[in-house]
Design a protein around this ligand. Structure first.
Ligand code: PBG
Length: 324
């Protein structure tokens, strides 16, 4: 036998030398949930170790994470039902929870990178990402609401705007609105290929943001489709996106791969709430080694071609990275 691939696996130093994929906390974005109140740290049953924080405790959590080397955070708001309406008006209220939170984070931690969420669902009484009229999600009428939200977030100090709504044309519409207001340096990470997925369940529990009626299939993508992701990526690239995201991650590694092969922008992947919940549940039952399964999953997302990963494992990974 001339070829013995096992020779390149024979010892730890050789395995380390030939390792093709790596992961550091610098490549991670940690999603965090904020809610009203003080001294709050509310557990989310389907997401062990993930909490809804009030602004004061959120700041402590960010300080903690920063010590561990996490520099990027994606913030999501949890709103009381009485603040929600048909037009998501609360999303651009400068006194509202979300914009106050962004502003405070940036003033206390000027060096951290803060990414936002642009979509109507956390603020919408219909629980949809766009305006609902007679059961239909209106596309063009939703764009100004999203743009207003994005500009307000930029005003509050956001580094990266994250449109997660899947309305057509929203990247260009938001880019123009940001530029018009002078926010030419504020980036956009487009949720480019966002699928209509069952893996968002725990997130919707965390935010109480599930649709009140219907589903999201007229705007989020069909899990059966791969080629359609290229159409979305083409549009987002032409409209001025700075990053292209695939979401979810683990069930969509092929999508990460084709976007990485076909586009030059950095690719990110959102390792979503349900993917986190699955591993946590199995680990809690003693059915999997939680740490090893986390590392393997995150690595698979990087190997598929994602430069950046949004993941609820960010803090746990950073702890492991400091102390393997
Ligand atoms: C909503 C939004 C969702 C997630 C991020 N932004 C849920 C949805 O589309 O219903 C899901 C994230 C996760 O599951 O971790 N605009």
């Amino acid at each position: 036998m001339l070829k013995r691939p096992r020779r390149n696996r024979k010892s730890a130093p050789i395995r380390a030398m030939v390792e093709e994929t790596s992961l550091t906390p610098a490549q991670l974005i940690f999603p965090l949930f904020v809610t009203e109140g003080e001294s709050q740290k509310i557990s989310i049953p389907s997401m062990p170790n993930i909490y809804r924080w009030s602004l004061d405790t959120l700041l402590e959590e960010i300080a903690d994470c920063q010590e561990l080397g996490i520099q990027n955070f994606a913030i999501f708001p949890h709103l009381e039902e009485n603040l929600k309406d048909k037009y998501a008006s609360e999303s651009s209220n400068p006194e509202g929870l979300y914009l106050r939170t962004l502003e405070t984070i940036k003033s206390q931690f000027p060096k951290v990178c803060v990414m936002t969420d642009v979509a109507m669902d956390p603020y919408s009484s219909d629980g949809h990402d766009g305006i609902v009229e007679n059961g239909k999600i209106l596309n063009d009428e939703t764009l100004p609401v999203l743009a207003k939200m994005a500009v307000a977030q930029a005003q509050a100090g956001a580094d990266i705007i994250g449109p997660s709504d899947m309305m057509d044309g929203r990247i260009g519409y938001i880019r123009k609105a940001l530029d018009k207001e002078g926010f030419t340096d504020v980036s956009i990470m487009a949720y480019t290929a966002k699928y209509a997925s069952a893996f968002y369940g725990p997130f919707r529990d965390a935010l109480d943001s599930a649709p009140k009626a219907g589903d999201k299939k007229t705007y989020q993508m069909n899990p059966a489709n791969q080629r359609e992701a290229l159409i979305e990526a083409q549009a987002d690239t032409e409209e001025g996106a700075d990053f292209l995201m695939v979401k979810p991650a683990l069930a969509y590694l092929d999508i990460i791969q084709i976007l990485n092969q076909n586009f030059d922008l950095p690719i990110s992947a959102y390792n979503v709430s349900g993917e986190y919940a699955m591993l946590k549940a199995a680990a809690q039952n003693g059915w999997l080694d939680g740490e090893k399964a986390m590392l393997e999953s995150l690595l698979s997302i990087r190997r598929a071609g994602a430069q950046i990963i949004l993941t609820y494992f960010a803090k746990e990974f950073a702890q492991y990275f400091q102390n393997p």
